[in-house]
Design a protein. Structure first.
Ligand SMILES: Cc1cc2nc3c(=O)[nH]c(=O)nc-3n(C[C@H](O)[C@H](O)[C@H](O)COP(=O)(O)OP(=O)(O)OC[C@H]3O[C@@H](n4cnc5c(N)ncnc54)[C@H](O)[C@@H]3O)c2cc1C
Length: 321
């Protein structure tokens, strides 16, 4: 997600001063000198100009409006568990949602939650109240905003199916839109680039707390048994092809690619659709080269073009270029 409008703060110094001013006016923490390697679960990726961390939905809405008025490019980031950013210098603002994490408000089967709140934590909170509908998502290590953005799903559940409304930032205000107006597809939604998701109200289903907890544990157990645990990954790298009877992981495994390495990136020996990074010298270009090698092999052997599930962020798409 990136704004590509022309900068009206043409010089980097003017732009930096404008960013600092906008953040200071709102009392938003503004940090410099961060790298994607610190911000994403793959632990690779280049330098980021600025990281701004709003604390409330209103603050976040005002903040992006201020940036847009100055035509300063920005991208939202949650936990960074589905992003591979390249090794170059990324000259735009990262709007980190991780501090936007007020406690969810439950009202019967409804829960209102902010974008930066942890999805696994929300699953646990809901299960404790005997609310079903998202217990299968418990092991997805990201924020609610990131889950909404790509309609995260697992074990037969997807977040989009329980969304009543989504709060978004428009014109400096917090606007609520009905969930039924959003297209919730397989790891993809109709949210447009430049849309900042601030929070959502979900409607869950009352059920037996013990049974919900048991389903959550079962999903967790299955995940632990089939996926690398504690490794630096971004989950499944590629989507499952819609017309294929076999999943992507099995396809890559059948090609004998588990354990294949490029520099600091390895096809996980546990799950072939996971690329993990290892060591201090791992680079985004290693992961990308390995991913492209997998795509090439799958194209050659199966005639299938794998689609990335992980988002690739390129520094050459910097808005001021
Ligand atoms: C071990 C592991 C297992 C995983 N298993 C699964 C799984 O089973 N199912 C699944 O669906 N995913 C899975 N994932 C991928 C990932 O966890 C999910 O996609 C998650 O929902 C991403 O949330 P995030 O906060 O980390 O988003 P980020 O990675 O920070 O961002 C992802 C995208 O969402 C956008 N975004 C984030 N927040 C906002 C916001 N507030 N407003 C607008 N855009 C926003 C970002 O700009 C980016 O484009 C897994 C990842 C790992 C590491």
């Amino acid at each position: 997600m990136i704004e590509t409008k022309e900068q009206d703060v043409s010089h980097p110094t003017q732009r930096d001063a404008a960013i600092e001013q906008i953040a200071a006016n709102l009392g938003v923490r503004a940090e410099r000198g961060k790298r994607f390697a610190e911000l994403t679960s793959l632990r690779v990726g280049g330098a980021v100009d600025w990281v701004l961390s709003p604390l409330t939905e209103e603050q976040a809405a005002t903040l992006v409006h201020g940036l847009e008025q100055k035509e300063i490019g920005w991208r939202p980031l949650g936990s960074g568990s589905n992003v591979l950013a390249d090794d170059g210098a990324h000259h735009y603002v990262i709007l980190s949602l991780k501090e936007l994490k007020a406690d969810p408000v439950f009202d019967g089967a409804r829960v209102s939650v902010t974008a930066g709140y942890s999805l696994p934590r929300l699953c646990i909170d809901s299960a404790r109240r005997g609310l079903s509908g998202i217990e299968g998502l418990n092991g997805i290590p990201g924020t609610v905003g990131g889950a909404l953005w790509m309609n995260a799903g697992a074990f037969g559940q997807e977040i989009g199916t329980v969304v009543e409304t989504v709060r978004v930032a428009r014109g400096g205000r917090v606007i609520e839109i009905p969930g039924r107006e959003v297209k919730w597809n397989y790891r993809h939604t109709s949210f447009q680039e430049g849309e900042l998701l601030l929070g959502a109200t979900l409607v869950l289903h009352p059920g037996d707390a013990e049974e919900i907890r048991a389903r959550m544990e079962q999903a967790k157990g299955q995940r632990m048994a089939t996926q690398p645990h504690g490794a630096r990954s971004a989950g499944c790298f590629f989507k499952n092809p819609p017309a294929s009877a076999i999943g992507t992981g099995k396809m890559i495994d059948d090609l004998g690619m588990k354990g294949t390495r490029k520099g600091g990136a390895v096809v996980s020996p546990k799950h072939a659709n996971f690329i993990v990074t290892e060591g201090d010298d791992a680079r985004a270009e290693d992961a990308l080269a390995l991913a492209e090698e997998i795509r090439e092999r799958v194209r050659r052997e199966h005639g299938i073009d794998l689609e990335y599930e992980v988002e690739l962020w390129s520094s050459s798409q910097n808005p001021e270029r």
